[in-house]
Design a protein around this ligand. Structure first.
Ligand code: IPD
Ligand code: CA
Ligand code: CA
Ligand code: CA
Length: 272
């Protein structure tokens, strides 16, 4: 990948993230329809769909031969057939978008032959753009993000996601909380995986742990955390896949091994 085209990908990814975020904020102020996908805890709004289509149009206008994997349209065709793949979540944190009208984000990532090149997570409510370019570092707006502070696990503020439907029990989510109780300083639940991972890169959280996420949830966050000097794998310590759901742990490198040790103990944490 030439550096000029990397710059073009960065420019478009950042533009898509900002533009999608502004559109979602504007639409939030008007009435919009909300539907259930699989249950009352799994929502999609007309805004998710409109924003995703808006981002797809921006990408294909500029790069018609690129592939796109998005949550709401989950690309037509085989994402594996494209060298360059955009992985997008138009609204990450739809439940927050509907209820809180804050704490949601847009997540845009560009991968080339499986390698993460650009990641952008935009929080329109706070006008915060977290982004990273492979080899060039991670940023919050114009500020460079580096995880240089040595954090011990007992001093760490972690964050997790949970399912609030009948799957919660099958997924063994209580295990994560039980395993980490007494070992970390505290746990938070924010409700947008992409934003939570961006906060890890920014040092606002020291780690993020979740069961069963899709590539559009972690695609950009992974690049941003890694470029900030953090580590991102599944709870089993393996690289995150694109073609199936996976658990995710993203954290300050200082306690990665210790955290991974606690989280890898149960098979049930890896079940979908
Ligand atoms: C969800 C959010 C949430 C996480 C869920 C995701 P969505 O994404 O990231 O924090 O717990 O697993 O599905 O559906 O709001 O884009
Ligand atoms: Ca969703
Ligand atoms: Ca999501
Ligand atoms: Ca979404």
């Amino acid at each position: 990948m030439q550096s000029s085209s990397l710059a073009a990908l960065k420019e478009l990814a950042l533009h898509c993230a900002r533009s999608a975020g502004q559109l979602s904020l504007a639409r939030m102020r008007e009435p919009f329809t909300v539907e259930y996908k699989t249950s009352a805890s799994d929502l999609v709004t007309a805004v998710d769909k409109e924003v995703e289509q808006h981002v797809i149009n921006l990408i294909l206008e500029r790069f018609p031969d690129h592939g796109i994997l998005g949550e709401e349209r989950t690309f037509v065709g085989d994402p594996g057939q494209y060298d360059t793949l955009w992985v997008i979540d138009p609204i990450d944190g739809t439940t927050n978008f509907v209820h809180q009208q804050i704490n949601f984000s847009v997540s845009i990532a560009v991968y080339h032959k499986g390698e993460g090149l650009v990641g952008a997570v935009y929080d329109p409510s706070r006008d915060e753009l977290f982004y990273a370019v492979k080899g060039e570092g991670a940023f919050l707006n114009d500020r460079l993000l580096r995880l240089e502070r040595h954090v011990r696990l007992e001093e760490a503020l972690l964050c997790t996601s949970v399912f609030w439907n009948e799957r919660a029990e099958q997924m063994g989510i209580d295990l994560i909380v039980k395993k980490l109780a007494g070992k970390v300083r505290g746990m938070r639940l924010l409700g947008s995986a992409a934003l939570e991972m961006a906060y890890v890169a920014a040092g606002r959280l020291d780690g993020y742990v979740s069961l069963s996420l899709n590539a559009w949830d972690f695609g950009a966050g992974r690049i941003i955390v890694e470029e900030a000097g953090g580590r991102v794998t599944s709870m089993a310590g393996t690289p995150l896949p694109f073609d199936q759901k996976s658990s995710v742990m993203a954290c300050n490198p200082a306690f990665y091994e210790e955290l991974q040790h606690y989280l890898s103990l149960s098979e049930s944490t890896e079940k979908d």
